[in-house]
Write a protein that binds this ligand. Structure first.
Ligand SMILES: *Cc1c(COP(=O)(O)O)cnc(C)c1O
Length: 380
C-alpha cells in the first residue's frame, strides 16, 4: 500500500479515541454487568415519550424506505418554537441540523477556513475542534488554558489577520470548566466581526443548574452576526446513538453551511425522535436533578479518599489520580467500570468520570476505593 498517500493535513490527524464500549470490555476482559461512565451520556436514557413514539414509528416501516426530509422542516420548526422567547425570535432559516453536533462543528471549519487560515481553540478543549481544524487544512492556534478552562484574553491576543474561526466549549469537555455570560459577552464585543465564534453548548442543560452566572448565548445572536451556538441531543436528551445536533446562527451563516452540508445528513428516525424529545422537559429536569445529586455523591467520595478534582458544570468530572492513573484505569476495567482516561488531552494524571444513576455512582466509588487500596495508592 506504499503508493497510497492521504493529503498531508489528513495524514497527520491523530484518530479520535472513543470511550471503550460495554460490549468490547465484556468481550476482551470477560467481565459481566459492566457499566460505562465514559462518554457523558444521560444514564436515564431517552424520555419514555420518545420510547413510546419510537414504537409507533416502527409500525409504519414503509417510512424507512423513503429518504428523510433533507431540510428537516418539522424538527427545525419545533426548535424555532422552543428556542424563541419573549425577547428573541429564532427563525427556522437560522438553524442547521447535523448528524450529531460534531457534524456541524466540522462543517463550520470546512465552510470558513482552509489552507493558510487559522482556527483558535483552547488547550484541554473538546477533541473535535482539533480534528475539524486539521481536516480542513487550517492551522490550529491553541491557547494556554487558565485554571483548566478557556483564557479569553489569551484567545483574544491570538487573533491575527488569518484567524477565521474560534471554538469555545461552554461548559468545556473534558475539564467541565464554565464561563459566565458576561465574560463571553465582553469577548464577543471585542472579536472582529468577520471571525466566526462558535459557542458549543452541548452541556447547557446541566450548567444552567450547576454554575452561577451561566446563561446560553442565544440572546446574543441578535447582536452578533458572527456568533454560532451549537447544541446536541446526545447528552441531556439521551439520544447519543441517534446522532442529532444543530447550530443556531445568523441566516447568512446558515445559508453557507447549507451549501456544504450533505443533502441527507440526518436520518429520518432521529428527526422524528428529536421533535418528541423536545416536548418532554420534565425528563430533562429529572435528568439534571439526578446529575446534581450524583455530582455531589462523587465529589464527596473524592474528598473522603483525598483525591482532588476539577469542579465541573457538566455531567462528568475529572479526578486527579496521579501517576498511577493508567493502572487505576485498567483495574477499574477489571471491576467492570469503564471511565475515560484523558491522556490524549495531555492530562495523563486524570480520569474523566461521567455521572451515572445513583446505583452506578455508588459502584464507581466502591470500585475506586477498592482499586486504590489494592494499588497502595497515596495522596499525591
Ligand atoms: C459530547 C459533546 C458534543 C456532542 O457531540 P454530538 O456529535 O452531538 O454527539 C459536542 N460538544 C462537546 C464539547 C461534547 O462534549
Amino acid at each position: 500500500m506504499k503508493q497510497i498517500h492521504a493529503v498531508e493535513n489528513i495524514a497527520q490527524i491523530e484518530p479520535y479515541i472513543p470511550g471503550k464500549s460495554i460490549d468490547t470490555l465484556e468481550r476482551e476482559y470477560g467481565v459481566k454487568n459492566a457499566i460505562k461512565v465514559a462518554s457523558n451520556e444521560n444514564p436515564l436514557g431517552p424520555s419514555s415519550k420518545v420510547l413510546a413514539h419510537l414504537k409507533d414509528l416502527l409500525l409504519n416501516p414503509l417510512e424507512f424506505s423513503r429518504y428523510p426530509d433533507g431540510n428537516g422542516f418539522k424538527l427545525k420548526s419545533k426548535l424555532a418554537e422552543t428556542l424563541s422567547t419573549e425577547h428573541l425570535s429564532i427563525g427556522i432559516e437560522q438553524i442547521t441540523l447535523g448528524n450529531g453536533s460534531n457534524d456541524v462543528l466540522d462543517l463550520l471549519a470546512r465552510t470558513f477556513a482552509g489552507k493558510d487560515d487559522e482556527i483558535i481553540y483552547s488547550q484541554y478543549a473538546f477533541a473535535v475542534y482539533a480534528l475539524a481544524t486539521q481536516a480542513c487544512g487550517a492551522t490550529a492556534v491553541v491557547t494556554e488554558a487558565l485554571d483548566w478552562g478557556h483564557d479569553l484574553q489569551a484567545m483574544m491576543d491570538a487573533i491575527t489577520h488569518e484567524t477565521r474561526l474560534i471554538y469555545i466549549a461552554n461548559p468545556n469537555n473534558p475539564t467541565g470548566t464554565c464561563l459566565s455570560e458576561s465574560e463571553l459577552f465582553n469577548f464577543l464585543q471585542r472579536v472582529p466581526e468577520n471571525i466566526i465564534v462558535v459557542v458549543d453548548e452541548a452541556y447547557k442543560e446541566y450548567a444552567s443548574s450547576s454554575f452561577d452566572g451561566y446563561h446560553t448565548m442565544l440572546p446574543e445572536l441578535k447582536q452578533f452576526e458572527n456568533l454560532v451556538i451549537s447544541r446536541t441531543f446526545s447528552k441531556a436528551y439521551g439520544l447519543a446513538s441517534f446522532r442529532i445536533g444543530y447550530v443556531v446562527s445568523s441566516v447568512t451563516i446558515a445559508e453557507l453551511l447549507n451549501r456544504v452540508r450533505q443533502p441527507f445528513n440526518n436520518n429520518g428516525l432521529a428527526l422524528e425522535t428529536a421533535v418528541v424529545a423536545l416536548d418532554d422537559q420534565t425528563h430533562i429536569r429529572q435528568s439534571v436533578t439526578l446529575n446534581d445529586q450524583g455530582m455531589t455523591h462523587l465529589i464527596q467520595g473524592f474528598d473522603t479518599l483525598g483525591l482532588s478534582y476539577i469542579p465541573s458544570a457538566g455531567n462528568f468530572v475529572c479526578v486527579n489520580i496521579g501517576e498511577k492513573c493508567p493502572q487505576v484505569y485498567e483495574s477499574l476495567l477489571r471491576e467492570g467500570v469503564i471511565t475515560r482516561p484523558t491522556a490524549n488531552y495531555q492530562m495523563p494524571d486524570y480520569l474523566r468520570i461521567s455521572i451515572g444513576t445513583m446505583e452506578e455512582n455508588i459502584r464507581v466509588m466502591t470500585a475506586l476505593k477498592k482499586v486504590l487500596s489494592i494499588l497502595n495508592w497515596q495522596v499525591p
